[in-house]
Design a protein around this ligand. Structure first.
Ligand SMILES: NC(=O)c1ccc[n+]([C@@H]2O[C@H](COP(=O)([O-])OP(=O)(O)OC[C@H]3O[C@@H](n4cnc5c(N)ncnc54)[C@H](O)[C@@H]3O)[C@@H](O)[C@H]2O)c1
Length: 343
């Protein structure tokens, strides 16, 4: 039992990169006595200066400068998606662990570069912010799936309803290289489905359109749908709606041979009968993450306790392979096999 306790004398010294959602990470680090926020970096220097004052830490003029602090152990990278790959590579070269906002990177080409660096620095650990795994409702759902409560699952439908159009139309997302709705939002649903099933899809067929935002000058689709093919003919249809008329939300439907699970804006429920007037069971667990910093905090705690599970890194590699195959399917307009490289 003793080894599981956090070594109270040891602290993790962290720099936070990118101060959008990164600001919440920095605040959480400040509140944790085992973690030490030593610096922040954001190219918006006014923001960096202001927030570093509030957080009582240093701010850096350049990303590379964060590595000048000898005591630095780790980074939290919360920059725009298209900046992740280069920043990760520099972080690995400097032998620092990192917690990265999702997606780890944008495509397989970037993933190969990251893996190459990780092979040279085998001690570097990372995790990304796949936040739906922390939701009590989905922990409950996973345990029920394992216990066959829903019978044999034969179909899943999941939708990511983006809501906040201004983030696409005015922020970095509409301008970033290689941005896609599936990489940005759909990734949460893909990860949730794979994690719930404890399975990886074998093939994917993707399609989409750009109708809602057709007058805007970016080259990704605002609606994407991918059908993922698992073993035993189980399919999961996952869609991302960047322009839909709905608040930010997600929908999940799990169809099993014994019961059906539905989560939408009417709340989570289990349907157990085909009869016209039959009632359903309300599921009373929290359906949204409490905050976006839980996994970040747990990542560093698990490192301090020497308990970090490296298979989480593999899950992130697999996710990028899945997303990449989805993009290839869009381009080829046909179903494609998903290649999972070895790690
Ligand atoms: N896990 C989640 O649920 C979740 C939610 C929101 C965002 N995100 C992810 O977090 C990351 C940041 O998104 P956001 O919503 O905070 O965006 P944001 O626009 O709110 O903030 C991004 C910040 O990064 C800064 N920035 C720009 N270029 C940079 C660079 N080269 N290096 C460092 N910082 C840079 C900007 O000045 C800005 O302050 C993205 O990867 C996004 O996908 C994850």
């Amino acid at each position: 039992m003793h080894s599981k306790k956090i070594n109270k004398r040891k602290k993790i010294n962290i720099s936070v990169i990118g101060l959008g959602v990164g600001f919440s990470h920095a605040m959480k680090i400040k509140k944790d006595k085992n973690l030490n926020l030593i610096s922040v970096y954001d190219p918006d220097l006014k923001k960096a200066r202001l927030l570093s004052k509030k957080l009582n830490c240093k701010y850096k003029y350049k990303f590379n400068d964060v590595f000048n602090d000898k005591e630095l152990n780790s980074l939290v990278i919360s920059s725009p998606d298209d900046k992740h790959c280069n920043q990760i590579i520099k972080t690995i070269k400097n032998s620092k662990n990192f917690f990265i906002e999702k997606p780890l990177c944008n495509n397989r080409k970037e993933l190969v570069k990251i893996k190459k660096e990780l092979k040279l620095k085998k001690n570097v650990l990372f995790e990304s912010n796949l936040i739906l795994r922390t939701v009590p409702l989905y922990k409950w759902l996973k345990s029920k799936i394992i216990n066959k409560y829903f019978g044999e699952i034969y179909s899943i439908e999941a939708s990511y309803l983006y809501g906040r159009s201004e983030k696409i139309l005015k922020g970095w997302r509409g301008k970033a290289k290689n941005y896609t709705g599936m990489n940005g939002g759909g990734i949460h649903m893909i990860d949730l489905v794979c994690w719930l099933l404890n399975k990886k899809p074998k093939e994917v067929y993707s399609f989409g359109n750009k109708i809602c935002f057709k007058k805007y000058n970016f080259n990704f689709k605002d609606f994407e749908n991918s059908i993922f093919y698992f073993d035993n003919d189980l399919t999961a249809s996952i869609s991302v709606h960047l322009g839909c008329i709905h608040k930010h939300h997600h929908i999940l439907k799990i169809y099993g041979s014994k019961r059906t699970f539905i989560y939408d804006d009417k709340g989570p429920r289990v349907i157990y009968s085909k009869k016209k007037n039959s009632k359903h069971l309300r599921v009373k667990y929290e359906s949204l993450p409490k905050d976006k910093t839980i996994l970040m905090n747990n990542f560093f705690k698990s490192i301090l306790k020497n308990k970090f599970k490296k298979n989480k890194m593999k899950d992130n590699f697999n996710l990028i392979n899945i997303l990449d195959a989805g993009q290839l399917s869009h381009l080829k307009n046909k179903k494609v096999k998903i290649n999972y490289e070895k790690y």
